[in-house]
Ligand binder design. Structure first.
Ligand code: FAD
Length: 319
């Protein structure tokens, strides 16, 4: 049986951004509901050690997820296991958040904090060594590879910028690109080519990631022109071939950048009034736990004000 319920605020996605939003909404005495398709925690559940979240010198991702969920619940968070299918604003200004079960959650404000997913290489060994040498985040994992030889895969801004960043820790960084030129901005390329620790491997793709129980030891490469195979010994590989934000859930027209990241103002409000975005799916400089919870904090405080102002407006009849 399907249901329909009315709230002040609906939070879509229960990663760090969503859990932080639920905690603030509870403290702000808002009637909110958090809809999460899996277990609360988001990408924290795929993270081994977190060593850059203030207050915790070193904590397992799943432990931090549990702490965030417990903290939100302590302030009354209503966390439901629901897979959201669409978010649509009705003519009366109320959002209708629909789930795959056919349930409808209605509210004048929504925070979309559904994150996204890095595009994978889809080669043997990638899943097996994820968190043991295969990474999608240089800021998160770079420090675990001090004095190691690393590989970065990709040719866009993210790959070129992160390869440069990783030389802070690594003794050498290979950047492997399937073409003979980068898509990255000229400025980033200039910095990359000037870095003596970086060597570019053109016209090659990774076809396999090999390792031992402790982690990655070697990549198998294939030449895109000749098909010749070769191997490259490395201690880790960072993959930057794209990221797919879960912004497609929004059915109204909303502003986004060329990669689909949601554009917001400084209060985290999107171009659709009442719809806010927080965390990894928002256009921003870096995607971290700290930035996700910061976005969520700003969004909830702004929503409290938005709801107050809205309550003072004359009531409009539903279309
Ligand atoms: C392997 C790895 C290691 C990392 N290590 C670190 C680190 O050490 N330090 C650091 O600061 N950052 C790290 N990061 C980045 C950090 O995890 C993210 O920046 C952070 O989790 C973003 O939080 P978020 O809430 O925006 O999104 P997410 O964590 O992605 O959470 C989004 C949530 O939305 C849910 N969702 C998606 N679609 C739907 C739907 N249709 N219906 C309902 N729910 C939905 C998902 O199930 C998920 O739980 C790491 C990332 C990865 C992948």
């Amino acid at each position: 049986m399907t249901s329909s319920s009315q709230h002040d605020l609906i939070i879509v996605g229960g990663g760090p951004a969503g859990l932080c939003a639920a905690m603030y909404a509870g403290r702000g005495m808002l009637d909110s509901v958090l809809l999460e398709r899996g277990l609360p925690g988001g990408e924290l559940l795929n993270t081994d050690l977190v060593e850059d979240y203030p207050g915790f010198e070193s904590i397992l991702g799943r432990d931090l997820a549990q702490k965030m969920a417990d903290h939100a619940k302590k302030f009354g968070a209503d966390i439901r296991q629901e897979n959201v299918e669409s978010i649509e604003k009705r003519a009366d200004g109320i959002f209708d958040v629909t789930t795959t079960r056919g349930d409808h959650f209605l509210a004048p404000a929504v925070i979309l904090s559904a994150g996204g997913a890095p595009v994978k290489l889809e080669v043997p060994g990638e899943q097996e060594y994820a968190g043991r040498g295969v990474s999608y985040c240089a800021v998160c994992d770079g420090a675990f590879f001090k004095d190691e030889v690393l590989a970065v895969v990709g040719g866009g801004d993210a790959a070129v910028e992160e390869a440069d960043y990783l030389t802070k820790y690594a003794s050498k960084v290979y950047i492997i690109h399937r073409r003979d030129e980068f898509r990255a901005s000229k400025l980033l390329q200039k910095r990359l080519f000037a870095n003596p620790k970086i060597e570019v491997i053109w016209n090659k793709v990774v076809t396999e990631i090999k390792g031992q129980p402790a982690g990655v030891t070697e990549l198998v490469l294939e030449d895109t022109a000749t098909g010749d195979a070769s191997t490259l010994p490395v201690g880790g590989v960072f993959v930057f071939i794209g990221f797919t934000p879960n912004s497609w859930l929004i059915k109204d027209h909303y502003e986004h950048d060329a990669s689909g990241y949601v554009i917001t103002d400084s209060t985290m409000q999107t171009s659709v009034p009442g719809l806010y975005a927080a965390g990894d799916l928002r256009v921003q400089v870096t995607r971290q736990i700290t930035t996700a919870v910061g976005d969520a904090t700003t969004a909830v405080i702004a929503i409290e004000k938005y709801l107050k102002e809205r309550a003072q407006e004359p009531v409009r009849e539903p279309a």
